[in-house]
Design a protein around this ligand. Structure first.
Ligand code: CP
Ligand code: NVA
Length: 301
């Protein structure tokens, strides 16, 4: 059966745990300069309908390090951008490629593609989820602080694709999630409810950050919401991760940001640019965790 990775819920708790352990192992191997090419002859298609720095480079370099090849497919110069049906594109691309990652707007579009693909499909960000980022985030937490089970994570900002993926992660990794978002910017009710007791909305960001082991934020306006920037700057002005907010958290609390960051908006430079900031490890781990993901989906281990 073809396995896809359209959200964090597509893998079991145990599969996610071993994938993250494998990601750290692949990282150590890479840092030692070991050559590991189990995906020789395999081809990854990368469909990007939105911009990307980290996702594109980590998938392309990751596939190359594993001995395979990656192709960048932009809607601007493929028939995808000229209205060829998703179903047809999925059937054709999956007869030529071994694995496909897609960054697009609607989760439904990704699901439709996956339903017609013979090969594994990976969600490289939609408006609903960003599960690849959570693999890197969970790897980064484990590397710096150990098991996240039972810990308190505070999400500050928009109830967006990253917040939704944190809600799924709270279920899969069994942590508490406090969500500090302004009214009108809550996560989707179905995703919030599915997290049950593990997640709650706390409007006051300082209260939400109290006792946190990990504080996470993201941009106020995501890709596709550029025209709402001014409106969102007003709505989110109190939802900034700054020194005052971090002072509410545990002394050794980590700060995560998927990047790109807007200093002076959702986070201050004093928080993100400290010498012990782990956001650069978090970004690097996109490479290692996605290598582990591709190994898992293609080789079943
Ligand atoms: N965090 C992340 O997905 O970054 P890019 O948009 O640069 O891929
Ligand atoms: N929420 C952001 C994440 C970018 C990696 C966006 O969707 O633009």
């Amino acid at each position: 059966m073809t396995r896809h990775f359209l959200s964090l819920l597509d893998l079991s708790h145990d599969e996610l745990q071993s994938l993250i352990r494998r990601a750290s192992e692949l990282k150590r191997m890479q840092h030692r300069g070991e050559i590991h090419t189990p995906l020789k002859g395999k081809n990854l298609g990368m469909v990007f309908e939105k911009s990307s720095t980290r996702t594109r480079v980590s998938f392309e370099v990751g596939m190359s390090q594993l001995g395979g090849h990656a192709l960048f497919l932009s809607p601007r110069d493929t028939q995808l951008g000229r209205g060829e049906p998703i179903e047809d594109s999925a059937k054709v691309l999956s007869r030529m490629l071994d694995i496909i990652m897609i960054r697009t707007f609607e989760q439904e579009k990704l699901e439709l593609f996956a339903a017609h693909s013979q090969v594994p499909v990976i969600n490289a960000l939609t408006d609903r989820y960003h599960p690849c980022q959570l693999l890197a985030d969970m790897q980064t937490y484990a590397e710096h602080r150990g098991n996240i089970q039972g810990k308190t994570v505070t999400w500050v900002g928009d109830g967006n694709n990253m917040c939704h993926s944190y809600l799924n992660a709270a279920r899969q990794f069994d942590f508490h999630l406090n969500i500090a978002c302004p009214e009108g910017y809550d996560p989707e009710p179905d995703i919030l409810e599915a997290a049950g007791e593990r997640a709650k909305i706390i409007r006051d960001p300082l209260e939400a950050a109290s006792g946190a082991d990990l504080v996470v934020t993201d941009v106020w306006a995501s890709m596709g919401q550029e025209e709402e920037q001014a409106l969102r700057e007003k709505a989110f002005s109190k939802y900034q991760v700054n020194d005052e907010l971090m002072a509410q958290a545990e002394k050794d609390a980590l700060f995560f940001h998927c990047l790109p960051a807007h200093r002076g908006e959702e986070v201050t430079a004093s928080v993100i640019d400290t010498p012990d900031s782990v956001v650069w490890d978090e970004a690097e781990n996109r490479l290692h965790s996605q290598k582990a993901l591709m190994e898992f989906l293609l080789l079943g281990r």
